[in-house]
Every structure is written in structure tokens, then in C-alpha cells.
Design a protein around this ligand. Structure first.
Ligand SMILES: Nc1nc2c(ncn2[C@@H]2O[C@H](COP(=O)(O)OP(=O)(O)O)[C@@H](O)[C@H]2O)c(=O)[nH]1
Ligand SMILES: [Mg+2]
Length: 466
């Protein structure tokens, strides 16, 4: 039987406490008014006629009073023992706290402790108190493992959420930076760095996008960049080196001043050196300017090769017939604007000559990328089969011309790097061109950095002087 004493400000509150703590089966054994309100004594599992238990009941009630007094003392002593408080009272509090006060056994234990009067004994006689020290709760390995597992799970899910947020942030930055080329296919952070380097080299955004997106994230940016350079080289179409060995019929088209006539002079001179003057013939369609023939006439005279100056389609056909036995026939043209009426005439003459006449677009590397793209659009109707890069010695960026060649799939056939005849003409090597393009970009960066540093230095000197 469990007996408990309840004290409350009024009877109603005391009864509510009884039902809250002992439930609906509790039996009220007594009730009376006391100093601090109403006291109700209630029991659970009460069996009428068990008078033998009455002593036990009163002992329990006595003990409860004792415990309440101890608790009240503890509450008034928040933060530990106060000045003047006895050690025994403190021990009572601790003893009362560690017992299970809701069971008869627990109460009996407390009772035993109190009956032995441990708290009131002289200090020398206190050994049994130590024996009554509360036992430490048994270590529960399973509960411990469960708690560790729980915190691991919490930790892992926090890390997972954090890495997700970082990824989102990265993607946002990449797509933000890359919005200029393709927001629907955001690159990884490393790929966007590669894209930026391609831009520095002068590659068209579409090509840079293709290159960067093909490189999987590697261990280091430098390794990835080397891979990207290899990819750029493999994307750059280059004709097999055979023009100066095999010969053929080539017409050079391109804007005025691109280096068409000079390149023809270099190729003719190289061919004469290797195959003799009778193996080469020159034809010029450039009749529309004053002294247009002067330059090519001079080359013809100096090299001792025949030259045909043609004004119309018929004369062109005749010239092609007359030069049939030549190993190399080089045709010079005028760099006419699209609105010039002669432009279409010249274009149709070249087209009608058929595929036996290979048309090469001359791209001066000193021109802006947009100009080179326009040059391609302007002359593509002639039926281009390749291109010639001129003025490599004067340029500071190879990317724009390389982009035209790569994006239009126009193989680079010849590269010139100076005005000198016959030496400044070469077959292209894709890897070397890409390497050079990269070096130019690096030099440009350094120059800008140096200029910026100089600017800052002079600025601070001015400020100091001011
Ligand atoms: N530095 C340099 N100058 C060149 C090169 N090719 C041509 N030139 C110069 O560019 C100018 C125009 O060349 P030209 O052959 O008359 O161009 P065209 O109008 O296309 O026939 C001339 O002064 C040439 O000497 C080159 O590879 N490097
Ligand atoms: Mg010319």
C-alpha cells in the first residue's frame, strides 16, 4: 500500500493533487486543516481491516513530513550550503533526493537512514554515512552507443546541408559569371576558371565553352589548363604541309592590306628555289586600283616567272588554260568591299573556276576578332578550303583568328611572320600556335599588371608630393 500526504491552500487543490499523483483509485484516509492550508492523507491499494499496517502508515507520513522539510530547506538554499547551514541538513537533502519516494521500498530506505540517525552522529562516528553514499548509475553501453549514433547522424545531416548550400552558392556564382555565354549549362568552379583563361587567350565564347565543359575537374587547375590547351590544339584545324612540295592552284582572297600579294611573292619564291622558275605561274585579278599590278609585276620580274593580268571571266579562263602545265599557279585578288560592284564579278570568276582552284582566306592576325569574322562572312561565297594567318610577328593575340579557323572548320594552311621574301612563311603547327597564343595572353596579363603597378606607384608618389 502506498500512502501519501498532500498539503494545499484549500481542500479542492489538495484533492486535485491526490488525483493527479495517485489517480482515480486513491482512497482518502483523512483530511484536516493545518497551519499552512489543508492536509489530505490518501492511499493507493488500500485494503480495509489491515490495521497492522497503521504503524507503517504513520511512519510513512512522518517520513514524508521530514522529506518536505528537507526539500523546503534545499529550495531556500539555492546554490549550495549557505553561511551557517549545517552539514547534516545538507546531507539530509541529498539523501532525500536520491531515494525513490514514490515506492514503499524507497520510503523505507529513507526511513532506515533516518532511524539510524546518521546525520546527528558525532563526526568521528560517521563512517556508515559513507557506506550509504549513492551508488553511481550503472554504465549502459547500449544507451551510450545509441546516443553516439544519434549525435553522429545529427552531425552528418548538418554537414550534408552545409555542403548542399555551398554547392548552390558555387553554382550561382558560376552561372552568374557565365551568364554571358550559356546559363543553361553552368560550369563547375574549375571549368569557369578555364573558361576565363580561354577568354584571355582570345577564344570565342562558344569555343571556350566547349573546351571548358569537356575538362572534368582535375586535381589542380594547372593540370586542367594543360589538358584544355591540348584540346584547343586538337580543335584547331591545320592543313597537311604539302603546298610547297606538291604545288596546285591557289587563289588568295581577303581584305586589302592583309598580305595576299606579299604571301604570293613568298610562296612563289620558295617554289622557284625548290622546283625552278618554269614550275610557277602568277595570275592577278587585281585591276581595280591605280598601280595595282606594280607589286606582283615586280615579283614576276625578279623571280622570272610568267604573270597573267586578267580583267574578265574570259581572260581568266584563258589564263588558267595557259598555265595548266605549271606545278604551282598562284592567283592574286583585290580586297574589295561587298558594296563594290567588282566584288561580285571577282567572286563569281573564282567560283566558276571550280574546285580545282583552291581558295584560301588571308586573315591578318593584327585584326580584331569581329573584323576577322566579317572577313570570313564576306569571302566565304568564293568556296573557301583553308586560311592563311599573316603578320604573326606583329600580333598580340592569336585567339580571334584561331577561333575563326576552328569554328568555321577552315584549316590553317600557311602562317607568315614578317614582310621578308622568301623567308617569312611557314607551315602551321597547331600545338605551337596554341602555346604561342597562351604565352601572348600571359605576357599581356603581365604587361597590364606592370602598367597597373606603375600607375599605382606614380599615383602614390603624386599624393605624397601633393
Ligand atoms: N610584318 C609583316 N608585314 C607583312 C606580312 N605580310 C605582309 N606584310 C605587309 O603588309 C602590307 C600589305 O601587304 P600586301 O601583300 O600588299 O597586302 P594585300 O593588300 O593583301 O595584297 C605590306 O607592307 C607587307 O609588307 C607579315 O607577315 N608580317
Ligand atoms: Mg595586293
Amino acid at each position: 500500500m502506498k500512502v501519501k500526504r498532500f498539503v494545499a491552500a484549500n481542500m479542492q487543490l489538495a484533492l486535485r493533487k491526490v488525483s493527479q499523483e495517485l489517480g482515480a483509485d486513491a482512497v482518502i484516509m483523512s483530511s484536516k486543516k493545518v497551519e499552512d492550508g489543508f492536509e489530505v492523507v490518501a492511499a493507493l491499494d488500500y485494503q480495509p481491516g489491515h490495521e497492522a499496517e497503521s504503524d507503517d502508515v504513520s511512519r510513512q507520513l512522518e517520513l514524508q513530513k521530514e522529506l518536505e522539510a528537507a526539500k523546503a530547506y534545499r529550495e531556500s538554499r539555492v546554490g549550495g550550503a549557505a553561511d551557517g547551514a549545517s552539514r547534516e541538513q545538507q546531507q539530509r537533502v541529498e539523501f532525500a533526493q536520491r531515494s525513490d519516494l514514490n515506492s514503499t521500498e524507497g520510503l523505507e530506505e529513507v526511513l532506515r537512514g533516518l532511524k539510524t540517525n546518521q546525520f546527528d552522529r558525532p563526526a568521528a562516528d560517521k563512517a556508515p554515512v559513507a557506506a550509504a553514499e549513492p551508488e553511481l548509475p550503472q554504465f549502459d553501453q547500449q544507451a551510450f552507443d545509441a546516443r553516439v549514433k544519434q549525435s553522429e547522424e545529427r552531425y552528418n545531416s548538418a554537414i550534408h546541408a552545409m555542403s548542399g548550400e555551398l554547392k548552390e552558392l558555387k553554382n550561382w556564382m558560376v552561372s552568374h559569371q557565365g551568364s554571358a555565354w550559356d546559363t543553361s549549362r553552368p560550369l563547375t568552379w574549375q571549368q569557369s576558371q578555364l573558361w576565363q583563361r580561354c577568354q584571355d587567350v582570345g577564344l570565342e565564347p562558344a569555343w571556350a565553352d566547349r573546351v571548358a565543359s569537356q575538362i572534368k575537374d582535375g586535381e589542380s587547375l594547372e593540370d586542367a589548363w594543360q589538358q584544355a590547351l591540348q584540346l584547343i590544339a586538337s580543335d584547331l584545324p591545320v592543313a597537311s604541309p604539302e603546298l610547297l612540295e606538291k604545288g596546285g592552284r591557289y587563289a588568295l582572297v581577303g581584305p586589302t592590306g592583309a598580305g595576299k600579294t606579299t604571301t604570293i611573292g613568298k610562296l612563289a619564291a620558295q617554289f622557284v628555289i625548290h622546283h625552278g622558275r618554269d614550275s610557277v605561274a602568277l595570275i592577278t585579278l587585281d585591276n581595280y586600283r591605280v598601280a595595282a599590278h606594280d607589286q606582283i609585276s615586280t615579283f614576276s620580274r625578279l623571280l622570272g616567272v610568267e604573270l597573267h593580268k586578267v580583267n574578265d571571266e574570259k581572260a581568266f579562263k584563258n589564263a588558267l588554260l595557259k598555265t595548266q602545265n605549271k606545278k604551282l599557279v598562284l592567283i592574286d585578288s583585290a580586297g574589295l568591299a561587298s558594296q563594290d560592284p567588282h566584288f561580285q564579278t571577282q567572286l563569281s570568276m573564282l567560283k566558276k573556276a571550280g574546285s580545282g582552284l583552291k581558295k584560301l582566306l588571308v586573315l591578318p592576325l593584327t585584326s580584331q576578332g569581329r573584323c576577322l569574322q566579317e572577313n570570313y562572312e564576306h569571302f566565304k561565297a568564293a568556296g573557301l578550303v583553308g586560311c592563311v594567318f599573316t603578320k604573326l610577328d606583329e600580333c598580340f593575340s592569336l585567339g580571334p583568328a584561331m577561333s575563326v579557323a576552328a569554328l568555321t572548320k577552315l584549316p590553317v594552311t600557311i602562317v607568315t611572320d614578317g614582310p621578308h621574301i622568301p623567308d617569312d612563311v611557314h607551315y602551321p603547327d597547331a600545338a605551337k600556335l596554341v602555346q604561342l597564343a597562351e604565352q601572348m595572353a600571359r605576357m599581356a596579363r603581365t604587361r597590364w599588371q606592370a602598367a597597373e603597378a606603375m600607375h599605382l606607384a606614380t599615383q602614390s608618389r603624386f599624393q605624397q608630393g601633393a
